[in-house]
Design a protein around this ligand. Structure first.
Ligand SMILES: *Cc1c(COP(=O)(O)O)cnc(C)c1O
Length: 463
């Protein structure tokens, strides 16, 4: 597969320390076979997440020096507000220190117990913030979006028929807003089509419900629209973004993704009354409305990052780099989720390790070995992350056991990606020697962050 070479050159380098296999073996043992507990400087290629891990440009770094740290009315706020207005088209712009605070402000302001918020698939922090208000988070992605083998250009689409049904059954009084996540992170970074946004907009209009976007990866989504959706090939990604958001009433965003910064977020919206209520709460928990939990310099870096991320040479490289990793793996027979999304490649761990049963955490076994053998950090998205015990103490497992290789923006070269591909392929050839795992400690909630595990050789007892 051909894709453009890096549309940037390297001005500052961060040395990567290559530690020996013995050191990694010791580090992962001490970490209880949990990759979250491994020190980052023992890792060669870190694909844990694409969030907050971007490399900033020279212009962004220069922007940091232009930080105006006035308590109120910092000039950087106005640059930030204008960038958000230009790109997203919403009138009111409220800075927050990361995406989940934007969600918390929005949902604690407008949700009541018993409400429902539909989306294609809610991201974990979005779902948690909705549930924290005693409301329900409903995932209404199209059926293809749940099938790891279905080939569909816009697997992130929200099913308008499912939405119409939910709004009719629950009644608009129970649904204060509808959300669309672009791209659909929890569904593999799959894009949402403009035609789908229009269709969802129609349903929202019919019922009189506002539409918000979770805009974390908006530029990647708009690039997919340009490449895949008819009628958009000759439009710029910036034009596509304006059109996309013109169908909505507001958005939340973590700037740690397509803002190309290491920290930051915002809410943007048109409704003046909601803005006032959000702002009152913002002052209570984040700060004055012209900084919202961020330094002036951070606001400047976001303002610049939001404009840079729309550069189409960058996006062609970015999406191409992720797609190429997927293709290299696929050609070698490594089972991955298809089509490859915008920010990550997902390995299907159950097909990779058919001899490791689900209760032996095949995804985590693969994550441990990728680190131990190759110094690569991936993350399990499967039985360890989502599995739990039901009321009778019986294990409940998710539908899929995946290993996510998330690619930080502008950080790793094509050669790093080749190293990752070669390592996964080598492990695939050696897969028979991998053993399953057993949990020795787990917390009552979000166990994957702190669980400890050990390797097991014997077969699990039949259920
Ligand atoms: C990362 C993310 C969030 C939360 O943002 P944070 O900055 O991590 O708080 C919300 N939604 C989506 C889709 C995300 O990817």
């Amino acid at each position: 597969m051909r894709f453009p070479a890096e549309p940037f050159r390297i001005k500052v380098v961060e040395p990567l320390r290559r530690v020996s296999r013995e050191e990694r073996e010791q580090a992962i043992r001490e970490a209880g076979l949990n990759i979250f507990a491994v020190a980052a400087d023992t890792i060669y290629v870190d694909l844990l997440t694409d969030s907050g891990t971007s490399a900033m440009s020279d212009s962004q770094w220069a922007g940091l020096m232009m930080g105006d740290e006035s308590y109120a009315g910092s000039r950087n706020f106005f640059h930030f507000r204008d960038a958000v207005r230009d790109i997203f088209g919403f009138e009111h712009v409220i800075p927050t220190h990361q995406g989940r605070v934007a969600e918390n402000l929005l949902f604690s302001t407008i949700l009541k117990p018993g409400h429902v918020v539909p989306s294609n698939i809610h991201f974990d922090t979005t779902r948690a913030n909705i549930e924290h208000q005693g409301a329900e988070a409903a995932d209404l992605v199209i059926d293809e979006g749940l099938d790891p083998n279905a080939l569909h250009s816009f697997k992130g689409n929200l099913d308008p028929a499912k939405l119409d049904r939910l709004l009719t059954e629950r009644g608009v009084d129970k649904v204060p807003l509808v959300m669309i996540t672009v791209t659909n992170n929890s569904g593999g970074g799959q894009p949402v089509a403009m035609a789908n946004v229009r269709a969802v907009r129609e349903v929202c209009k019919k019922h009189g419900v506002p539409l918000f976007f979770d805009a974390c990866r908006f530029a990647e989504n708009c690039y997919f629209i340009q490449q895949r959706e008819s009628g958009y090939a000759n439009k710029s990604v910036a034009e596509i973004a304006r059109e996309l958001f013109s169908h909505g009433d507001g958005c939340t965003m973590s700037a740690k993704k397509d803002g190309l910064v290491n920290m930051g977020g915002f809410i943007a919206l048109n409704d003046a009354e909601w803005t006032q209520r959000l702002t009152n709460l913002l002052i209570l928990i984040e700060g004055f409305p012209t900084y919202g939990g961020l330094a002036g310099r951070d606001l400047e870096a976001i303002a610049r990052g939001l404009r840079e991320v729309l550069n189409e040479d960058y996006l062609a490289f970015r999406i191409g780099q992720v797609a190429q990793l997927g293709e290299l793996l696929m050609h070698a027979g490594v089972p991955i989720v298809r089509p490859v999304g915008g920010h990550a490649v997902y390995i299907d761990a159950r097909r990779f390790l058919p001899h490791v049963p689900q209760e032996r955490f095949p995804g985590q076994a693969l994550v441990v070995e990728l680190y131990r053998e190759f110094g690569i950090r991936a993350v399990e998205v499967g039985s360890l992350m989502f599995g739990h015990k039901d009321a009778n103490g019986k294990d409940v497992f998710p539908q899929l056991d995946l290993v996510r290789l998330a690619i930080p923006r502008r950080v790793y070269t094509t050669e790093h990606m080749r190293y990752v591909a070669d390592s996964c392929i080598q492990l695939f050839r050696d897969r028979d020697r991998l053993k399953g795992l057993r949990i020795t400690y787990e917390a009552p909630m979000l166990r994957h962050f702190t669980a400890r595990l050990e390797e097991v050789t014997e077969e699990p007892v039949a259920r």
